[in-house]
Design a protein around this ligand. Structure first.
Ligand code: PLP
Length: 427
């Protein structure tokens, strides 16, 4: 088994022979990471914002896809690591990230986590009151050190009385509430310790429509709060992630472009800080928009069977591999056929290897009916897939990275011994 394959073929030229050869080497179903596309996304986002507001930082949201190889590639080209747990924090350290370039967010941080991150001088955004106690205690124990801290704030972002949050939640559960006075109380409490400095505000919201209007409002509110409360010490405004990337047409959403987001957000920043000699950094924490379109999942057709009048195409993959949330929309996909025979289009479902009735990778597809040993490519599967893949019934598939004409394994297919790790299971 080779771990690196050189191919004459460049991007988007995945033909049957190459896909089959990769399958023989890396397992009959596998993910393919397009490293060139990843760099392109990074550069597009960076260019859109930096050309409008120079002090711009990208903190890549690890939880969206923390494949170590991918995180490292992004780090190499300049991304900070945005992490929401100690596990992700330690992964960032493990791939060699400079701790000063780690942004530590998330609702759960132990005292030890906070001490560790403060020792490392990472950027920490406090989410709740309990963290304040740890920070104060650390500051009192380290009196000759200046402790810098950021606050994640929570304010109402509804538009015209209508919630814009995902799933229609009225209120977000994250961050420190401005309206009820908690934000001011925490400011006062932290600033009562002389070596604590509050240097940034963070406002990540998961909204349904990810609209420009919402981002304008979030940026404006963060700027107002920062100018009212932390003027002297302000080093960053962090507007979180959640922006759309370049979505395939199929989703039928008029997603704003990177340039439109940048124009809206940077306009507020430039206006609010135009008289500042030292302008604060603007931090964006993209997840989906950075990685969704960098992954495809390739599954081999094992069988095509007819039940009454319906065609079921069984593949060596599962809905868990392509859309763990099991939504009903078909992803953009294509069939890579072994045979070149011309045949008529037919309707079929694509179903997976698990024993659940609902394991559909796609519903009611109308295309050439696949045959055994064909492959099906599912696109746009880079975000919230491999991080959510339960090892259910079958080992997790491998991941292959494609960088120009080189293909190499960046996660091997799991084996029984790794699945049932003897260090943690008792036999
Ligand atoms: C999830 C998350 C992100 C990334 O969100 P996307 O919708 O994937 O862009 C950024 N920041 C924080 C704090 C998050 O929790």
């Amino acid at each position: 088994m080779e771990s690196v394959i050189h191919s004459e073929l460049g991007n988007n030229k995945l033909n049957y022979d190459l896909i089959h050869q990769l399958g023989e080497n890396f397992g009959s179903s596998y993910y393919l990471l397009n490293v060139n596309k990843l760099r392109e996304n990074y550069q597009k986002i960076e260019k859109a914002f930096k050309s409008r507001y120079a002090n711009f930082i990208i903190g890549y949201s690890y939880k969206t896809n923390y494949l170590p190889y991918l995180c490292k590639e992004l780090s190499k080209i300049g991304a900070y690591a945005e992490v929401v747990s100690r596990l992700e924090y330690d992964l960032a350290i493990k791939i060699g990230e400079n701790p000063k370039r780690i942004i530590f967010n998330g609702p759960l941080k132990s005292k030890e986590d906070i001490y560790y991150a403060l020792n490392n001088e990472s950027l920490i955004n406090i989410d709740s009151m309990y963290e304040v106690d740890f920070v104060k205690e650390y500051a009192l124990n380290n009196q000759n050190k200046e402790i810098k801290i950021g606050l994640r704030v929570n304010f109402d972002i509804s538009l015209g009385g209508v919630s814009t949050l995902q799933e229609g939640y009225e209120i977000s559960r994250f961050g420190i509430c401005v309206e009820n006075g908690n934000f001011n109380a925490i400011l006062k409490e932290l600033l009562s310790v002389k070596n604590i400095k509050i240097i940034g505000l963070h406002g990540h919201f998961s909204t349904r429509n990810r609209s420009l209007q919402t981002y304008e409002f979030i940026t404006q509110t963060l700027c107002n709060l920062a100018k009212e409360s932390l003027l002297e010490t302000l080093e960053y405004i962090d507007i979180g992630g959640g922006i759309y990337g370049e979505l395939p047409d199929l989703f039928n959403i008029a997603a704003p472009t990177f340039d439109q987001y940048a124009e809206t957000i940077c306009k507020v920043m430039n206006r609010e800080f135009r008289h500042f000699s030292k302008k604060p950094n603007l931090i964006l924490e993209p997840g989906i928009s950075m990685v969704a379109n960098t992954f495809i999942f390739i599954a081999k057709v094992i069988e095509v069977k007819k039940v009454r009048n319906k065609n079921f195409v069984l593949v060596d993959g599962s809905v868990h591999n392509v859309k763990p949330t099991m939504h009903k929309n078909n992803l953009p996909m294509r069939v890579v056929r072994k045979s070149k025979k011309i045949i008529e289009n037919e309707d079929f479902h694509i179903v997976g290897y698990t024993c659940m009735e609902k394991d559909y990778l796609a519903h009611n597809v109308c295309d050439f009916l696949p045959e055994r040993d064909d492959y099906i490519i599912f696109e746009n599967v880079g975000a919230y897939t491999i991080v959510f893949n339960p090892p259910f019934i079958k080992e997790r598939p491998g991941i292959v990275a494609m960088d120009n004409d080189i293909f190499c394994s960046v996660r091997k297919k799991e084996t029984l011994r790794q699945f049932f790790n003897e260090e943690i299971y008792c036999f």
